[in-house]
Design a protein around this ligand. Structure first.
Ligand code: IPM
Ligand code: MN
Length: 355
């Protein structure tokens, strides 16, 4: 009997619908080649719906999304909506309420892709960042005192629970073991200044490491890591870090792999509903022009298939993407690829069906 997966698709804002359209095109072809069923159901959550109805997500919407096998998300962010409303009301709310406590961001330079680092090639840039996704500075703890007065105080606290830190670190060790490449896990923190939060992270990291004698452990301060990413990206295999640092270093990671045109991420709840997205945002200035690069969304789709257990289909999509980067695209940037969004999707399908 064919496996059957129920997927909630949220194309979202800006270029989200265009890249998701190409992602769905590729996923659909993969499903017939590898013989599984994808039941896709579309949801219109995003900026336009918010501007019309005043609603980001209702409790019912969340309950409904909890019934799917995975969520495939385009982008959230609208130029007419004040920053923070959609991000907190949709993207972060989903991450938190679905307890997607891992943000998984592979950084892999594909063949033919221009890397901004001189003398670095695909062998040098292949690592994965595991970012804690439900706590830290993102938890929303804090507030104002005497707002708008000269005595104003703004407090934003980083929340780090033993449970939250430990499950993230355990996931990272398991991931590193399963990946089985360099078998090296690097904790990225700031133990020299954030002596409470990263004291906890560091203690848990070394404690859990005792259960993984075959994994080499390493630690680096986050500021230094931004230098090492540029100078020696080949040092890294798997990195684990908190929510805020993970947010920052994964944008740096994305540019090492060629930019937002290719960078994908998974928001993972290992025992619940996970959500996969291109990490580039809604790029409103390109919306509707058929110029944006859909490869990030296509790669997010491949990550989703891997997570659903369709490893072969996932790998086949990844290698089709690599053929497209190696043989066709002049650049990964919107408008500079030498192809339209639709054509890039078609090229991936062409190589996928050739396998
Ligand atoms: C990301 C994004 C989000 C984040 C924003 C849009 C809230 O930058 O997924 O990295 O900060 O996590
Ligand atoms: Mn980010």
């Amino acid at each position: 009997m064919k496996e059957n997966y129920n997927i909630a698709v949220i194309p979202g804002d800006g270029t989200g619908p265009e890249v998701i359209r190409e992602g769905v095109k590729v996923l659909t072809v993969a499903s017939s080649l590898f013989e599984f069923n994808l039941n896709l159901e579309y949801f219109d959550y995003g900026g336009d719906r918010y501007l019309k109805t005043g609603q980001t997500l209702s409790d019912n919407d969340i309950e409904k999304l909890k019934t799917y096998d995975a969520i495939y998300l385009g982008a959230i962010g609208h130029p007419k909506v004040k920053p923070g409303i959609l991000e907190k009301g949709i993207l972060l709310r989903l991450r938190f309420e679905l307890d997607q406590y891992i943000n998984l961001r592979p950084v892999k330079l594909y063949p033919g892709v221009d890397c901004p680092l001189k003398d670095k090639s695909p062998e040098d840039i292949d690592f994965v960042v595991i970012r804690e996704n439900t706590e830290g500075l993102y938890a929303g703890a804090g507030g104002f005192l005497k707002k708008g007065t000269p005595d104003e105080v703004a407090i934003q606290e980083s929340i780090n629970t033993r449970k939250g830190v430990e499950r993230c670190i355990r996931y990272a060790f398991e991931y590193c073991k399963k990946r089985n490449k360099k078998n090296k896990l690097t904790l990225v923190g700031k133990t020299n200044v954030l002596t409470f939060a990263f004291d906890l992270w560091e203690r848990v990291f070394y404690e859990v490491s005792k259960e993984y004698p075959n994994i080499e452990v390493d630690y680096a301060h986050v500021d230094a890591v931004t230098m090492w990413f540029i100078k020696n990206p080949e040092w890294f295999d798997v990195i684990v870090t908190d929510n805020m640092f993970g947010d920052i270093i994964t944008d740096l990671g994305a540019i090492l792999q060629g930019g937002m045109g290719i960078a994908a991420g998974g928001n993972i709840n290992p025992s619940g509903v996970s959500m996969f997205e291109p990490i580039g945002g809604s790029a409103p200035k390109y919306a509707g022009k058929n110029l944006i690069n859909p490869l990030a969304a296509i790669c997010a789709g491949a990550m989703m298939l891997e997570y659903l257990g369709e490893d072969k289909a996932s790998k086949a999509i990844e290698s089709a993407v690599m053929e497209v980067t190696a043989k066709h695209l002049k650049s990964l940037a919107a408008g500079e690829m030498g192809y339209t969004t639709t054509e890039v999707g078609d090229l991936v399908v062409k190589y996928l069906t050739k396998k």
